[in-house]
Design a protein around this ligand. Structure first.
Ligand code: FES
Length: 74
């Protein structure tokens, strides 16, 4: 499910690795994984729905992909 947040205008760092203990934002836990957070900037204070499943096609925002089955690798 997406995580709704009221965010202030400015820069934010979305966790792309899934390891953060402060989802959906980066807390530095990605260090050593080769992954990096995604910076996004809001021009104004805004309510946003951020992806928590890390499968969105429109990061950092939820695009509904969480409701679709995970494709199995063959
Ligand atoms: S903790 Fe996941 S990208 Fe930083």
């Amino acid at each position: 499910m997406p995580i709704p947040l009221e965010l202030k205008a400015g820069d934010h760092w979305w966790c792309s690795c899934g390891l953060s203990g402060h989802q959906p934002m980066c807390d530095g836990s990605h260090k050593g994984t080769g992954k990096a957070p995604m910076k996004f900037t809001l021009a104004e204070d805004k309510k946003v729905w951020l992806c928590d499943c890390k499968r969105t096609g429109n990061p950092p925002y939820c695009d509904g992909t969480h409701s679709k089955p995970v494709e199995q690798a063959s």
